[in-house]
Design a protein around this ligand. Structure first.
Ligand code: 9Z3
Length: 370
């Protein structure tokens, strides 16, 4: 099946999120305003995507991403003069708020106190930091430089990504896609998804079947055992009591970004691996397969310490943060690259280096394509 056919099948069979049209209208107005001002616009994707197991979703598969990379990157893009569309997993980290909403030292209420006059104010020890961050946030909001759009499921994400990327096409090479969301590779297609909460007991299943029979429906294709493949040939628990989840691969729509959705913009995406021996090869492979302009490779364990930029016709470029009070030795770097995490926290945010380096490549992209 061609990439276009795969796309058509996917989007016609997987329902769009409820607010897609409203989000697209917001994105259109945002992009038009910044295009008119000659400003660059970046679409930052952030956070994990869920894979629902039921249409009326009680259970879903999720991944680890809290959206730190995306939320932090969005701040540095704003600092670098970009207008930012922040397409993020609902309730994950957001730019500026992240410093207080997900701090390891407490929830946001811990940063506030009730003053003597009864009003609320920042705790004195965090007041300066809060004032600075709040004023950066207010500037971004009042100057209409930050548009936040939420998603939850993998399906929502793909619909939103397509809609917004297509709108970004009007920016030509000044549009930048920066795909940092942790996107599921697998999903349950709608035709195999149970409508109701999957039952864990025979009683529940029998009740569902009786209700369906009374309504003249046949449940035999929903969650039926024949639909699933059981890899365990001598299961300790009978098959009828287990939940066996059969997932399809998510179609590889990333090529369509370059070919059809935002063809003149710059597309950069992250590649995540846990095995250090395959990171660069897989990043190069993604670059070739999806024709993106930049793939940023990172290892789960060391993603806050080091990333590698892989782009066509250039050497691999490793970016690494400084250490607190120490220099990197050759041996340390070797261990880091093998996925060994230093004991202390990183001395700074790696996005401080990633965003200027992406911007440099975007400068070159604009020069070559305008
Ligand atoms: C990343 O690799 C991001 O850097 C992280 C950030 C998800 C690791 P956190 O949210 O983590 O700061 O905790 N994003 C891309 C992950 C991804 O799904 N990439 C696809 C792949 O690796 C290609 S788009 O196949």
């Amino acid at each position: 099946m061609s990439a276009q056919d795969q796309e058509d099948v996917y989007f016609s069979t997987n329902p769009p999120p409820r607010h897609l049209e409203a989000h697209a209208a917001q994105a259109r107005a945002f992009i038009d305003a910044h295009a008119a001002a000659g400003r660059r616009v970046v679409l930052v994707t952030s956070g994990g995507t869920t894979v629902p197991l039921e249409k009326q979703t009680v259970r879903f598969i999720d991944n680890f991403s809290a959206g730190t990379r995306g939320a932090t990157s969005a701040e540095y893009f704003l600092e670098a003069g970009y207008a930012v569309i922040f397409l993020h997993r609902e309730f994950s980290l957001t730019p500026y708020a992240r410093h207080f909403s997900h701090a390891t030292t407490g929830g946001f209420l811990d940063f506030l106190e009730v003053g003597q006059g009864g009003g609320v104010s920042a705790r004195p020890d965090v007041s300066a930091k809060m004032t600075e961050i709040l004023s950066r946030y207010h500037t971004a909001r009042t100057e209409n430089l930050l548009l936040s759009i939420p998603f939850v499921t993998i399906g929502d994400y793909l619909h939103e990504l397509r809609a917004i990327s297509r709108l970004m096409a009007s920016l030509g090479p000044r549009g930048l896609l920066y795909l940092a969301a942790a996107v599921s590779d697998f999903f349950v297609p709608p035709e195999r998804m149970a409508e109701h909460k999957i039952q864990s007991t025979d009683l529940g299943r029998r009740a569902q079947e009786a209700a369906a029979a009374a309504a003249g429906q046949d449940l035999s294709t929903d969650n039926s055992e024949e639909e699933f493949d059981n890899f365990d040939s001598s299961p300790r628990v009978p098959r009828s009591k287990r939940l066996i989840i059969d997932l399809d691969p998510v179609p590889k729509l990333l090529l369509n970004l370059v070919d059809g959705w935002a063809p003149r913009g710059m597309v950069s995406s992250f590649k995540l691996e846990t095995d250090p021996t395959i990171l660069v090869t897989k990043a190069r492979y993604s670059l070739e397969r999806y024709q993106h302009h930049l793939v940023i490779g990172n290892l789960l364990a060391t993603r806050k310490w080091e990333v590698v930029f892989v782009s066509p016709g250039r050497e691999d470029n490793w970016l690494r943060v400084k250490r607190k009070g120490k220099e990197w030795t050759e041996e340390d770097v070797k261990r880091l690259r093998q996925g060994e995490v230093p004991k202390e926290e990183p001395g700074e945010e790696i996005e401080r280096f990633i965003i200027p380096a992406v911007k440099d490549l975007h400068d070159q992209h604009i020069k070559a394509n305008e």
